[in-house]
Ligand binder design. Structure first.
Ligand SMILES: [Zn+2]
Length: 357
């Protein structure tokens, strides 16, 4: 497996405040770093470079995206506004901050994801992981949202679509992949699947609900109740996402890979464990599809790094690290209801009719 990296991704400085909110919080003795920060990505890299999975990985350097590449999924007006906003520290959206290093980071994240795709497309590897930031899956054609500026996963998918691939995007970040849903809203030949917690819309730049009511013939939302854990994700993939990928006939998979579904994440209310992420990796690898993964969320950096490590173990068929924090119970009593609700909005899909209970 190849891991794609670019140092410029570290130059996106999101500052500090009251957790993700920029500005002055004088009543805090020590402001909190913005959760989407450079230390987080450095920790992820370190885990893969120094952890027991290290000998199984090769590393490659990405590149900077061109304007033409970015314009495949974003409007020219949005990109011009974003570039201008990056000239000074600016909150482009309530909790999404940019500054002088951000434009290079944005371009590096985008084309490092493309470089990962190019390696898979050329047959040099079947699995490539773009370890990048800022994340992308909330970014819409003309809107920043939720720490996301350019939609890296959508850019890979659109580039592959233009090359004639039958592409599906599978998103297991704990938040709805609303940006990817919007990019491909009128593109039925790209399948988008998002498995996420029930969080609903959260503001002017995030009006999508993420509910199964937004599902259609090429978009599937699997909205899991708060508290969902390893069992819920395993079943959502096995009973909905994977049958959909097979019926759609995907020949390339793009995974929006977040670790904020972990039991210890401050930005999520789900209960995945490191073992659960290993199972996701194993299941995805079992599909046998050429696969490009882009880094999305995951904000308790130490545990998220462990989850990245175990996901990669799963992708490679390995079982190396024990989880020192694996004491959170997995409550699966709402899974049947959640999955039945997700299937009920998929009338055009054969698998949903066959497996409906
Ligand atoms: Zn997220």
């Amino acid at each position: 497996m190849e891991v794609y990296w670019h140092d410029a991704c570290l130059g996106h400085d999101t500052g500090s405040g009251l957790w993700e909110l920029p500005g002055r919080w004088d009543w805090l003795d020590v402001p909190e770093p913005h959760p989407e920060n450079a230390a987080r990505l450095r920790t992820f890299r370190h885990a893969l470079e120094r952890g027991p999975v290290a000998p199984h990985l090769t590393w490659a350097t990405g590149r900077f995206a061109t304007d033409e590449e970015l314009s495949r999924v974003h409007t020219a007006a949005y990109l011009a506004e974003l570039r201008a906003a990056c000239e000074a520290r600016t909150a482009v959206e309530v909790n999404t901050v940019v500054g002088p290093g951000s434009w290079d980071a944005i371009r590096a994240a985008a084309a490092t994801a493309l470089a990962a795709y190019e390696s898979v497309a050329a047959g040099r590897t079947r699995l490539a992981y773009a370890l990048v930031r800022p994340p992308g899956h909330h970014a819409q054609p003309g809107l920043a949202d939720g720490y996301c500026l350019v939609n890296n996963a959508a850019l890979v998918a659109e580039t592959a679509r233009r090359a004639g691939r039958r592409v599906a995007v599978l998103d297991w970040d704990v938040h709805h992949g609303n940006g990817t849903q919007e990019v491909f809203r009128d593109t039925p030949d790209v399948l988008t699947i998002s498995v996420h917690m029930r969080h609903g819309p959260w503001g002017a730049n995030h009006r999508q609900t993420g509910s199964p009511a937004e599902s259609d013939a090429s978009n599937i939302n699997v909205e899991l109740s708060l508290g969902a854990g390893d069992t819920a994700y395993r079943r959502a993939l096995a009973e909905i996402a994977f049958p959909a990928l097979a019926e759609f006939g995907a020949d390339l998979l793009v995974c929006a890979s977040g670790f904020d579904g972990s039991a210890f994440d401050p930005n999520g209310r789900h209960n995945l464990t490191a073992d659960g992420y290993r199972s996701i990796g194993r299941a995805v690898a079992g599909l046998g599809l050429p696969t490009v993964l882009t880094q999305e969320g995951g904000y308790l950096r130490g545990y998220a790094a462990l989850c990245l490590h175990t996901l990669v173990e799963g992708l490679l068929g390995l079982d190396l690290l024990a989880d020192p924090l694996a004491y959170v119970p997995d409550d699966a009593q709402l899974v049947d209801v959640d999955l039945a609700r997700a299937r009920s909005t998929l009338p055009t899909w054969d698998f949903a009719r066959v497996t409906a209970r």
